[in-house]
Design a protein around this ligand. Structure first.
Ligand SMILES: O=P(O)(O)OC[C@H]1O[C@H](O[C@H]2O[C@H](CO)[C@@H](O)[C@H](O)[C@H]2O)[C@H](O)[C@@H](O)[C@@H]1O
Ligand SMILES: O=c1ccn([C@@H]2O[C@H](COP(=O)(O)OP(=O)(O)O)[C@@H](O)[C@H]2O)c(=O)[nH]1
Length: 653
């Protein structure tokens, strides 16, 4: 459930921060006019924010150069609860350059475009610097508007530095971050020059959200491979700090579409469209003209369908709304030419004076007309090569109450994981498969269409944008509550003098050490588990501790037996492999610990001993950023531990 109340019974304030504001500004005469911004992020978020006292922070979609104009626009935007970030001269290199020229292709599993070393304005480095600068400009605006207790929800790949900047400004701010695009496998992500810094920055958020389990999984394994940190079912653990990672598939506001289809304006448009396409089946495509949307492949598949099914020529029409987008990025301009070439060829081959197979529109359409198009379409064709979610497919389903048309959906869109049961899923790279799916959709019996529609409609209705926002906020709340409890558990900073004194006075000490990240030599992103090595600088200290008759040393690691044998075989200590599943004295034989003895709750108990009221106890535990031995040890005096591991029960004297 979404949190409604702030500290004093007021509504909880939420700052939604995204590159784009939900409205884009345009100067008409003396005044600014505001129009809804394009893209699924805006549509999704509009369905979310009603319950909280929400303000948006973002770029207003226009370059404003003088201060008077900026003030006037800020005033108009304030009326719709929007706060502009004027990005001025940084915008081009930040948005066209780094965000959409570099991050966007990488996140969608595409290759990095070639860097032109002669154009010093457009090197990766200059674009990256602009990106960071833009993120700082977002921070500045947030700081001006932040009130204690506000939640800051950052959106998308444009703002990967913001969690870090926000936490540096005030570590107590609740920060969520959601990625609307896919997250690629580490093999692709690692080609990004600034890969580690970006990951570390978003990991400063309290909660990270992704559309699908695949994307969240890719993200976590990328963190493990590139940063050498641990991934758990909860999230990513770095130096004892957990960043929660969770899956929140976005949705739409279905009622808005259902309502609009029934309004007189849309009803009239529906009737006109039906008349216009009488006697023909309508296939609909609605995409920003973006390389990830697979529009050329869609046209090739449609061409093949017409080639192989002459009886369908003149009985079917493909209406494609190709919303202009990111026109200043070279890849997008090339795409426009390519698509126009294909439309010309296919219409030339299969058209007649009275009928054209493809109606390609280089423009956006107004909301009512969009709903009318969704409502009259027999088939919706989505062929994204990769897509974070693809809300267009949800919107189509919401408008199909009367028609019960078929959704042909790319298996590479996040939506396939939500609407797969009712859609015909296709591999968008396989033109033959898409062409067959077009045919299957066109001839599908009414009964089956109805069945598929019902399954999808139920999903779209239940998994709304509002639910998405509620779920995110609720997990963020839980995460904050948990981390407050955790904070109470986090040991005080190691009182070093005290510890050294007690250490020297004690006669029976138990030291439990981790291996990976505690005793290992510095690792690169390429280091494999098998190659983990004991840091040679620690060997002397470790040997001295192991040889001290008053001290028992245990290495407790998630690593396997062979790795621990290889690294610690020659030390006089205890080894616990695979988190305690296997145990041995380093000189003895491995024994298998019984699963019922593998309860590691004692680890938290040990940490608790060092906090608050138990401070006088004799346990010290600390996590600090450097990898030295003393900084990560857990030191106990005259304490019996490893209670849950009877095989290594060590008794004090
Ligand atoms: O702001 P633009 O550069 O004009 O681009 C529009 C939006 O495109 C991307 O949308 C994504 O978000 C949708 C909702 O989660 C999702 O369904 C879709 O698959 C994504 O492509 C981009 O991520 C947004 O930031 C842009 O605003
Ligand atoms: O002329 C149009 C066509 C589409 N859309 C909207 O653009 C969004 C596209 O979102 P999607 O998630 O499918 O992809 P994105 O463009 O965000 O990558 C949908 O909400 C559409 O309703 C729009 O505002 N005007």
């Amino acid at each position: 459930m979404m949190t409604n109340d702030g500290a004093c019974g007021q509504r909880q304030r939420l700052l939604v921060v995204a590159n784009r504001l939900p409205v884009s500004a345009k100067k008409t005469g003396e005044n600014w006019s505001l129009k809804m911004s394009p893209g699924g992020l805006v549509s999704g978020l509009l369905g979310v924010t009603a319950q909280l006292d929400t303000k948006w922070v973002g770029w207003p979609g226009v370059d404003v150069n003088n201060e008077v104009e900026k003030a006037a626009l800020s005033k108009s935007l304030a009326e719709v609860k929007c706060i502009p970030v004027f990005l001025d001269e940084v915008f081009d290199q930040y948005y066209n350059g780094y965000c959409n020229g570099i991050l966007w292709p990488i996140l969608h599993h595409m290759e990095l475009p070639q860097e032109d070393p002669h154009d010093t304005n457009k090197t990766f480095q200059t674009q990256y610097d602009a990106y960071k600068k833009a993120n700082r400009m977002f921070l500045d605006v947030i700081v001006e508007n932040y009130e204690e207790g506000d939640i800051v929800w950052c959106h998308d790949y444009h703002l990967m530095f913001l969690p870090k900047y926000l936490k540096e400004y005030n570590n107590n701010i609740k920060v969520g971050w959601f990625l609307h695009s896919p997250f690629p496998s580490s093999e692709v992500y690692k080609t990004l020059p600034s890969r580690s810094e970006l990951l570390r920055s978003i990991l400063r958020a309290d909660l990270l959200g992704f559309h699908t389990y695949d994307f969240a999984g890719h993200f976590k394994s990328t963190c493990t491979r590139i940063l050498g940190v641990e991934a758990t079912h909860e999230g990513v653990v770095d130096q004892g700090r957990v960043t929660r990672v969770a899956v929140f598939p976005i949705g739409i506001d279905p009622d808005r579409f259902i309502r609009t289809c029934k309004l007189p304006e849309a009803t009239q448009q529906i009737n006109e469209l039906k008349e216009r396409f009488a006697g023909k089946k309508v296939i609909l495509g609605v995409d920003r003209l973006d390389p990830i949307k697979g529009i050329p492949k869609k046209y090739l598949a449609f061409e093949k369908f017409l080639e192989e099914n002459p009886n369908w020529r003149h009985k079917v029409v493909l209406v494609q709304i190709a919303v202009p987008t990111r026109n200043d990025v070279p890849e997008y301009r090339k795409l426009k030419d390519q698509v126009h070439g294909l439309v010309g060829r296919i219409n030339g081959r299969f058209g007649s004076v009275s009928s054209l197979p493809i109606h390609h529109l280089d423009c956006s359409v107004d909301f009512s007309y969009l709903c009318a198009l969704y409502a009259i379409a027999d088939v919706m064709l989505v062929t994204s090569l990769r897509d974070g979610m693809n809300l267009v497919s949800f919107e189509f389903v919401a408008c199909q109450e009367a028609k019960k048309g078929v959704l042909v959906l790319s298996e590479s869109a996040g939506a396939a994981q939500s609407l797969g049961a009712g859609a015909l899923l296709v591999n968008p790279w396989n033109v033959t498969e898409v062409s067959s799916a077009i045919k299957e959709a066109l001839i599908m019996p009414a009964e089956e269409r109805e069945k598929r529609y019902r399954v999808n409609f139920q999903y779209v209705y239940i998994h709304s944008a509002k639910k998405w926002g509620d779920d995110f906020m609720s997990v963020l709340d839980d995460t904050m509550a948990e981390s407050e409890m955790q904070l109470r558990k986090i040991p005080h900073e190691l009182p070093q003098q005290d510890m050294i004194q007690r250490y020297s006075q004690s006669n029976n000490r138990l030291i439990i050490l981790g291996f990976n990240g505690t005793l290992t030599a510095p690792m690169s992103s390429q280091t494999k588990e098998m190659d983990l090595k004991l840091n040679s600088e620690l060997k002397g200290t470790l040997r001295a501790l192991c040889n001290d008759p008053k001290t028992t040393v245990v290495v407790l690691s998630r690593s396997g037996r062979d790795i621990l044998d290889k690294n610690f075989g020659k030390y006089n200590m205890w080894l616990a492999a695979e988190n305690g599943r296997f145990l041995k004295r380093s000189t003895g034989e491995w024994v298998t610990n019984m699963p019922q003895n593998m309860n590691l709750d004692w680890v938290n108990g040990a940490k608790m001993l060092n906090s608050g009221e138990h401070k006088q106890e004799t346990c010290y535990n600390t996590y600090v950023e450097d990898q030295s031995l003393m900084h990560q040890l857990m030191l106990f005096e005259e304490t019996i531990l490893l209670k849950s591991m009877p095989l290594v029960r060590l008794r004090g004297q």
